[in-house]
Design a protein around this ligand. Structure first.
Ligand SMILES: *[C@@H]1O[C@H](CO)[C@@H](O)[C@H](O)[C@H]1NC(C)=O
Ligand SMILES: *[C@@H]1O[C@H](CO)[C@@H](O)[C@H](O)[C@H]1NC(C)=O
Ligand SMILES: *[C@@H]1O[C@H](CO)[C@@H](O)[C@H](O)[C@H]1NC(C)=O
Ligand SMILES: *[C@@H]1O[C@H](CO)[C@@H](O)[C@H](O)[C@H]1NC(C)=O
Ligand SMILES: *[C@@H]1O[C@H](CO)[C@@H](O)[C@H](O)[C@H]1NC(C)=O
Ligand SMILES: *[C@@H]1O[C@H](CO)[C@@H](O)[C@H](O)[C@H]1NC(C)=O
Ligand SMILES: *[C@@H]1O[C@H](CO)[C@@H](O)[C@H](O)[C@H]1NC(C)=O
Length: 408
C-alpha cells in the first residue's frame, strides 16, 4: 500500500496581513497534507462516489448501502496528527463530509496519561469507501502543531473497515453531523477539531481552509489545511464567501452546501439550473444530477468506459472540449478543459488505458439527484481554494495558481 513518511506540522504566523490586524495577533495553523491514490487497476471510483453521495444526503444510520473498501481504487487526502503524551502520530483521512474524528483502524491507539475513557460507545456507519468504526469514545490531547494542543473527543475503533491504509478519519463537517454516533449519549454534537481549536482559544476564527493541488503522481505532499485563518500564499485575488444553503434535504447545519448552476461552453448552454449541492474534500470526482450529466455527455460527445468506470473522449473531442462554468452567487468559477480530465499519468491506476482521455464528471444517479444537484469534489478543490467557515456559516472560494493550469 502507499504510505508516506510522517511530516511534522508547522505553524505559520501571519505577519503581513495589515488589513486584518486580528490576524497579526493570532497565528493561523497550517498543516501539510498528502494526496494518495490507492489504485489496484480496477475502477470502482464512480460507484464509490455515488454511494458516498447517497450517504451524504441521508442519515447514514438508515443507509442501505454496502461497503466498498477505501483501498479499492480510492483517492484521499490525509494528514498526520499527534495524540497523547508522549504523543503517537496517526495518519488520518481528511473528510469534510463527516464530523467524527477517530483512529485505531491501522495503527492501534496508544493510551497515555492524557487518555480519558468516556462512557460512550462509538458507532459510525459510513457508506461506500468508508465502511464503519465501532469502539469507545475517549477524550485526549490532540497536538495539531507544535505548541498547539487541544482536548478533543476522539473515537477509538476496536473494529472498523474500509479505511485502510489510514489510521482513521479527521471529521471536518459541521459538528451536527456527529449527533447519534455515540450511545448512550446520542443527542450531543461532538465539537470538531476546528471547533475545539476555536473554543479553546487557539485560533482567531472558527474555520478551516483547504488547499489542494492537481496531482499527477501519488502519494505526494501537495496540500494544506489551515485552521483559524487563510493562507494568502495559496490563492490569488480575493476570497468570495457564500452563505450555506438550507433546504429540506441538505440542512446547512450538517453539510457544506451551497447553491450553483452550471453552464457548458462559450455558447453558455445551461446544463443545470440553480440547485443546492455540496463542496466535499472526500469525493474524488465531480458529481452532477442525472439530467445535467446527460446534457454534459451530449455536449461533449463522451462515452461511458466500463473498464475505467469514467467518461472517455477522443483526442479530437478533447481539442473541442470547452469550459464548464459553475455560477455561484453571481460569481463564475471556470473548470477549463484540462481541469475536466482525469490526470492521464494516473489512468492505469483506475483501470484505464495509458493513452485514453477520461473525464472527471460522474452521474449522481436518480436517487441522489432528487436530493442534491452536484458534488464539487477534489477536481474542483484542486482548482479553487476553499474556506469552510463554521463561525459564519459560509463557504469561501478563491482562484489559485492552478485554476487555469494545464497539468492533467
Ligand atoms: C482489485 O480489487 C477488486 C475489489 O477488491 C478486486 O475484485 C480485483 O480483483 C482487484 N484487481 C486486481 C488487479 O488486483
Ligand atoms: C451500528 O449502527 C448500525 C446502523 O444504525 C447498526 O445496524 C448496528 O447494529 C450498530 N452496531 C452496533 C455495534 O451498535
Ligand atoms: C467486526 O465487524 C464485522 C462486521 O460487522 C463483524 O463481522 C466482525 O465479527 C467484527 N469483529 C469483531 C472482532 O468484533
Ligand atoms: C485492502 O486492505 C485490506 C486490509 O484492510 C487488505 O487485506 C487488502 O489486501 C487490500 N486490498 C488491496 C487491493 O490492496
Ligand atoms: C437515542 O437513543 C434512544 C434510546 O435508544 C432512541 O429512542 C432515540 O431514537 C435515539 N436518538 C437518536 C438521535 O439516535
Ligand atoms: C471559447 O472561449 C475560450 C476562452 O474562454 C476561447 O479560447 C475559445 O477560442 C472559444 N471557443 C470558441 C469556439 O469560440
Ligand atoms: C431551467 O429552467 C428553465 C425555466 O424553468 C427551463 O426552461 C429550462 O429548461 C431549465 N434548464 C435546465 C437545463 O434544466
Amino acid at each position: 500500500m502507499l504510505l508516506v513518511a510522517a511530516l511534522a506540522p508547522f505553524v505559520v504566523l501571519a505577519t503581513s496581513v495589515a488589513a486584518n490586524p486580528k490576524a497579526t495577533r493570532n497565528p493561523h495553523i497550517s498543516l501539510s497534507i498528502t494526496k494518495h491514490v490507492n489504485g489496484n487497476g480496477t475502477s470502482s471510483l464512480p460507484l464509490r462516489d455515488q454511494k458516498r453521495s447517497m450517504n451524504l444526503v441521508k442519515d447514514c444510520r438508515q443507509s442501505e448501502i454496502t461497503d466498498v473498501p477505501l483501498n479499492d481504487s480510492a483517492i484521499a487526502y490525509s494528514v498526520n496528527i499527534d495524540v497523547g503524551d508522549p504523543p503517537t502520530n496517526y495518519n488520518l483521512m481528511i473528510d469534510t463530509g463527516s464530523a467524527n474524528t477517530w483512529l485505531g483502524a491501522n495503527k492501534p491507539y496508544k493510551k497515555t496519561k492524557t487518555s480519558v475513557k468516556t462512557s460512550d460507545v462509538l458507532n459510525v456507519t459510513y457508506s461506500a469507501g468508508l465502511g464503519f468504526a465501532h469502539g469507545i469514545e475517549y477524550e485526549d490531547t490532540v497536538i495539531i502543531a507544535p505548541g498547539v494542543a487541544i482536548r478533543q473527543s476522539i473515537g477509538v475503533a476496536s473494529n472498523s473497515s474500509g479505511i485502510y491504509p489510514y489510521d482513521g478519519v479527521l471529521g471536518l463537517s459541521p459538528k451536527y453531523w456527529s449527533i447519534g454516533m455515540l450511545s448512550p449519549d446520542n443527542t450531543s454534537a461532538i465539537p470538531t477539531v476546528t471547533d475545539n481549536l476555536y473554543g479553546q482559544g487557539k485560533i482567531e476564527q472558527n474555520l478551516v481552509a483547504v488547499s489542494f493541488e492537481p496531482t499527477t503522481s501519488a502519494p505526494v505532499i501537495n496540500g494544506e489545511l489551515t485552521f483559524g485563518g487563510t493562507d494568502s500564499t495559496k490563492y490569488t485575488g480575493d476570497i468570495t464567501y457564500f452563505p450555506l444553503t438550507v433546504t429540506e434535504t441538505t440542512p446547512a447545519n450538517k453539510y457544506w452546501a451551497i447553491e450553483a448552476s452550471f453552464r457548458y461552453g462559450n455558447a453558455s448552454a445551461t446544463i443545470l439550473n440553480t440547485t443546492a449541492g455540496i463542496v466535499d474534500t472526500g469525493t474524488p470526482l465531480i458529481g452532477l444530477a442525472t439530467d445535467a450529466y446527460n446534457r454534459y455527455v451530449d455536449v461533449t460527445g463522451a462515452v461511458y468506459d466500463e473498464k475505467a468506470g469514467l467518461l472517455r473522449i477522443t483526442p479530437a473531442q478533447y481539442k473541442n472540449l470547452q469550459s464548464l462554468f459553475f455560477d455561484i452567487g453571481g460569481k463564475t468559477y471556470e473548470l477549463t478543459p484540462n481541469a475536466q480530465i482525469w490526470p492521464r499519468a494516473l489512468n492505469t491506476l483506475m483501470g484505464g488505458e495509458t493513452n485514453s482521455i477520461y473525464l472527471v464528471l460522474f452521474d449522481l444517479g436518480p436517487k441522489i439527484s432528487k436530493e442534491m444537484g452536484f458534488i464539487a469534489g477534489m477536481p474542483f478543490l484542486e482548482r479553487y481554494y476553499c474556506v469552510f467557515d463554521t463561525g459564519n456559516s459560509r463557504v469561501g472560494l478563491a482562484t489559485t495558481p492552478f485554476t487555469y493550469a494545464d497539468i492533467n
